[in-house]
Design a protein around this ligand. Structure first.
Ligand code: DON
Length: 575
């Protein structure tokens, strides 16, 4: 008996050991997917030089700031979702911008109380206090192994020596040309003869190189205090902005617990507030958990995804804001009971019109932001979405610094019911109202997904459509789709208001469209493709990495052979 008991104990210990070896298994290889080949390569170099995923994240983020100056950068913010393998630790670095201390609830309204779009979108008043410089320092110091100087070196070189721009650059400049023209520094750096340059333009950013070098050598303090800080405050305020030195000196990175939830047997780790992404994603998945999607036909599946998005985005408008400033019923919104109640109101044969809920109509425009995903050979992971909001942010470049300031203030709700640049609204109580020091609600949704067999690191830009893109990717991943399929598949989106399914050309065939219309859905074909998703997948069973960069963008995804060290070696693309 005793012997039997002892051997049972031995067996359990053995099983436990096998279990824990599995948990600690590492890929032995690395993979990076980012929105630009130069950024992916900069990350590769740092990994090859002995850096970990967090050092690579510094290199990639810093290079993206140079090669996609329209998407993210020194003057912006980000969410970095991190997984540290050695102690199985997940954290979200919240580098979201904060409203200046002089900000007021009604600052974007005119005397008649109407919201004036240009106030929160164009020029210095639209700019909130950046988090990017301090985020890079925290990444390097608390999680990385390399100095900021080493990890930022490639980006400084690209800024100083210049690089050939692509089509995306021309398109983004074209989009914001009128605003860029108002600012002499922006005009001289980004335009050619006062207009959007053709692809192949050599973009040199000497001032930005100096700014990056200052941060790399002296740390983020050189951005938040001293001469550079003073220069930014003076310039911003001389053109209608409201920054103070105290705003910059007070800025903090908040290390937050990510949201963790399950969809069936899949573990989801995703951005928490002030990103709305995690709550909207998990609420949507919780609702979908009440239906058998595998048995559902194509139209039923699209219908159900639409109906859960409608409800989750409605909750976004009603309840979500920076929870350090307003009460948000997070526990309830994430609870399966709550989702079951919402799901019970979904009819399979009919769309629920959004005007059955409280809400207000909208308009929508396009914009930019960026994302990258990394897994290193030890199993550390980074999923990072970075933004200056619209292409070239506020269009305001601080003279002699190369810093493009964000227009993230537009992610606040200027007034209840009034749509922002992505058509997003806030409900009557406006949990997302402007307030000094507050962080504006975001849709950026850096995510980790994990099943018994596979693990994914993913995310995308795309304003309000980020969350629906991540939801579709999550469902595809759960169904076994590979990285290429996930980034390539045509997309559709619903955000409560406007009450319509926006879809990419080719997302639906004629029969599907007809069926959806018969159920009461309004359909709107998107005038362009949207999103720029970056995915890295680790197949734990086969111990194989794969990566893919959205074919809609100009990015590069690579699985890296750790043996490749030289800068000129072309990493193997798995695109
Ligand atoms: O934080 C947000 O939700 C927005 N500022 C993101 C903007 C964006 O993704 C634009 N991209 N196309």
């Amino acid at each position: 008996m005793l012997i039997r008991k002892a051997s049972a104990i031995a067996l359990s210990i053995l099983l436990l050991c096998i279990g824990s070896t599995r948990a600690e298994q590492a890929p032995g290889q690395a993979a990076i997917a980012s929105a630009h080949p130069l950024a992916t390569r900069a990350g590769h170099e740092i990994l090859a030089a002995g850096g970990n995923a967090f050092d690579a994240a510094v290199a990639v983020a810093s290079t993206l700031a140079v090669v996609e100056p329209y998407a993210s950068g020194v003057g912006g913010g980000a969410f970095f979702l991190l997984h540290r393998a050695k102690d199985n630790y997940d954290v979200m670095l919240d580098a979201r911008e904060t409203a200046p201390l002089a900000a007021t609830r009604d600052m974007f309204l005119n005397k008649e109380g109407e919201a004036i779009e240009s106030f929160s979108r164009d020029g210095a008043l639209a700019a909130a206090i950046p988090g990017w410089p301090l985020a890079l320092e925290v990444l390097a110091k608390e999680y990385g192994r390399k100095s900021l100087k080493d990890s930022m070196a490639a980006s400084i070189q690209h800024a100083r020596q210049g690089f050939a721009t692509g089509e995306r650059y021309s398109k983004m400049v074209g989009w914001r040309e009128e605003i860029l023209k108002r600012n002499p520094a922006a005009t001289s750096i980004f335009l050619q003869n006062g207009t959007a340059p053709a692809p192949g333009f050599k973009l040199i950013q000497k001032d930005l190189a100096n700014t990056l070098e200052l941060i790399a050598n002296k740390g983020a303090i050189a951005f938040y205090r001293g001469g550079l800080a003073e220069r930014m405050v003076n310039e911003v305020n001389s053109t209608g902005g409201i920054w103070s030195k105290k705003d910059l000196a007070n800025y903090r990175i908040l290390q937050r617990k990510p949201i963790k939830a399950k969809y069936k047997d899949m573990q989801i780790t995703v951005a928490s507030l002030p990103s709305s992404g995690g709550i909207v994603l998990v609420d949507s998945l919780n609702m979908l958990g009440n239906f058998d999607l595998t048995a559902a036909g194509e139209v039923d599946r699209i219908h159900l995804v639409t109906e859960v998005l409608r409800r989750a985005y409605r909750d976004r408008a009603e309840f979500l804001g920076d929870s350090d400033f307003v009460f948000v019923p997070v526990k309830q919104l994430l609870h399966p009971y709550y989702a079951a109640g919402q799901a019970a109101g979904i009819r399979l044969d009919k769309a629920t019109p959004s005007d059955m809920f409280a809400g207000v109509p909208e308009t929508a425009i396009g914009a930019d932001t960026t994302h990258f995903s990394i897994i290193d050979k030890e199993g550390n992971r980074v999923s990072a979405t970075l933004s200056i909001n619209f292409p070239f942010g506020s269009g305001f470049v601080v003279a002699d610094t190369g810093i493009v300031l964000n227009n993230e203030m537009d992610d606040f709700a200027a007034k209840a019911g009034v749509p922002n640049g992505y058509g997003l609204i806030a409900g009557r109580d406006n949990p997302n109202a402007v307030f000094p020091g507050k962080r504006m609600l975001s849709s950026m949704t850096p995510t980790f997904l994990e099943t018994d067999n596979r693990l994914a690191v993913l995310g995308t830009p795309g304003g309000s459509r980020i969350i629906s893109m991540v939801l579709l990717a999550t469902l595809d991943f759960y169904n076994g789709a590979d990285a290429n399929t996930i980034v390539s598949k045509p997309r559709f989106h619903h955000q409560f208001l406007p009450d319509q399914i926006i879809y990419e050309k080719d997302a639906f065939n004629q029969d599907t469209k007809l069926e959806l219309q018969l159920r009461g859905h309004r359909l709107a074909e998107s005038s362009r493709h949207y999103g720029n998703m970056q995915v890295v997948i680790w197949d734990k069973r086969k111990n194989a990495l794969s990566a893919a960069s959205d074919p809609r963008g100009e990015g590069l995804a690579v699985v890296l052979d750790p043996a490749i060290k030289s800068r000129d070696d072309e990493p193997r693309s798995s695109k």
